[in-house]
Write a protein that binds this ligand. Sequence first.
Ligand SMILES: [Zn+2]
Length: 77
Amino acid sequence: MPLYEYVCGQCGAHREALRSSSLADEPIECERCGSDDSSRQLSRFCAMSAGADGGHSIAGGGCGSCAGGHCATCGSH
Ligand SMILES: [Zn+2]
């Protein structure tokens, strides 16, 4: 089951969750403020993709381009 990262739209808290891919874009409750106004980030997913693809950015925890939710490096959107 893939690990997804979410950012709370209310307080900005990050959280990670193991979810099935069918639930990837569903809102998830914030552990800090309880809001479900979350947006999914792709940094961790991208890191794994980049590692499998070219072996870079694994130690960095992301490829930078993923921070805004769009990644030209790994092709995620
Ligand atoms: Zn929150």
